[in-house]
Design a protein around this ligand. Structure first.
Ligand code: LLP
Length: 421
């Protein structure tokens, strides 16, 4: 169920009018729904019911402490890809044994940090990383649990910038070399090989690539077991896509995804981990913005918003589509006109949409970008010295600012002047 709905002509977030929050917080800001986050996490948890599993939320999708805490309280594990994300997960109360550490370039400092604080497993992605991790663990008198991320050479059929499972991508070790690499891992004193990891990409709208990858993982599990490895855990990554438009887009549901997992790897008796990010957070968040000006151009009208590419970079970076809706519900019969929707940043790439059909809008009107909860706030920057976008969380009738808008002084005072100036 969608928790950002019109009621009495106004957009609500759960039980709170979005315009009330805008009046209190100012625009632009990200706004998340606790009910949606909760529901989406549970969909995955329930889809894997009957298997020994852990849903490890991909922290990179939306990493605010309040979001992590909401999910941690539901029993979520976390998938982190940096020391910073590891620290965030710990600070939100996630125990180390529920945190998996992914990423192609973990540093020794990050490895040490996770071994000290506790870790479920490292998903290692190369031989040199295995050697470094074994060294670090041995120095600490520890043994690091690992899964090796394999690259199954499967086309995820998604945007090229977020496909990770093809041989040409930097991720994982080629599955063809997996048996050798596992033999090397088993021989390293600081490592305990517990499983296999795979993640083929993000925003997958078809289950077939998952099936191809998971079949390969199942085959590899049996081969590695035959080689004497105790493969007891499979990390199947994230990647399930979400609908970004409200038309006929219908990506597979978590239940169908769960059924596919059981079908492809269920017989192996392994503990299952999955790492969803986008599906948990994406449609649990919107970006609320105000119209600054409507400007008439040559053969087009520009809707100039107070949100920009620094707040939401997905359209500029991936040609991504986000539905844009007025916060005041337009009359059903209201005329629609095409707008080029842009932000105030000084480059042409700061364009959210071209010729987007919207009801007529005027300066001061509020609009919301839908499906902005994942890879929105986390990818925001202060380009053009625009303050980092604030975040707000709603839970039924209450809302709270969960990241405040920094004052200009806070931004500027992060710089330091060298003594010779
Ligand atoms: N696990 C690993 C190892 C990943 O690299 C990712 C995402 C996930 C899990 C979560 O995938 P999800 O369920 O969210 O699809 N910034 C891009 C998306 C980058 C995804 C990176 N990896 C975007 O805005 O579309």
């Amino acid at each position: 169920m969608d928790h950002f709905l019109y009621r009495d002509g106004e957009l609500y977030a759960e039980e709170v009018p979005v315009a009330d929050i805008a009046a209190a917080v100012g625009t632009p800001f990200y706004l998340y729904s606790t009910a949606t986050l909760t529901r989406h996490f549970r969909l995955f948890d329930e889809a894997l019911a009957g298997t020994n599993h852990l849903v490890c939320y991909a922290v990179k999708a939306a990493s605010n402490q309040a979001i992590l805490k909401t999910l941690a309280q539901l029993g979520a594990g976390m998938d982190v890809v940096s020391g910073g994300e590891y620290a965030r997960a710990k600070a939100a109360g996630v125990p180390g044994e529920r945190i998996v550490f992914s990423g192609v370039g973990k540093t020794r400092a990050e490895m040490r940090m996770a071994l000290e604080g506790g870790i479920r497993q490292f998903n290692v992605e190369s031989e040199p990383e295995m050697a470094a991790l074994s060294d670090v663990a041995s120095e600490m008198g520890r043994v690091a649990p690992i899964s090796v991320r394999v690259n199954p050479d499967v086309d995820a059929m998604t945007h090229a910038k977020i496909a990770t499972g093809k041989a040409e991508n930097k991720f994982g070790i080629p599955i063809s070399r997996a048996r050798q690499v596992y033999a090397q891992a088993a021989a390293l004193p600081g490592l305990d090989v517990v499983g296999i990891d795979v993640h083929i990409g993000s925003q997958l709208t078809d289950l077939e690539p998952f099936r191809l990858a998971y079949d390969k993982v199942a085959e590899l599990t049996e081969a590695l077991r035959a080689d004497g490895h105790d493969i007891r855990r499979l990390d199947l990554g994230g990647g399930l896509g979400i609908p970004y438009t409200r038309s006929n887009e219908a990506p597979p549901l978590p239940t169908e995804y769960g059924a596919l997992i059981k079908e492809t790897v269920g017989h192996l008796g392994c503990e299952i981990e999955i790492e969803p990010g986008r599906l948990v957070a994406g449609n649990a968040g919107i970006l609320v913005s105000s119209v600054i000006y409507v400007k008439s151009g040559e053969g087009r009208d520009f809707l100039i918003l107070d949100a920009a590419m620094n707040d939401l970079i997905r359209p500029a970076m991936y040609e991504a589509h986000h539905d844009i809706v007025p916060v005041t519900e337009p009359a059903a019969a209201a005329e629609r006109v095409p707008y080029d929707v842009v932000g105030p940043v000084c480059e042409t790439g700061d364009t959210f949409a071209k010729s987007r059909q919207l009801p007529r809008l005027a300066a001061g009107d509020l609009v919301a970008f839908r499906s902005a909860g994942a890879y929105g706030a986390v990818m925001a920057s202060e380009y053009n010295t625009r303050p980092l976008t604030p975040e707000v969380l709603v839970d039924e009738h209450q809302f709270a600012v969960i990241r405040a808008r920094p004052a200009f002084d806070e931004i500027i005072n992060r710089d330091t002047i060298p003594p010779w100036l």
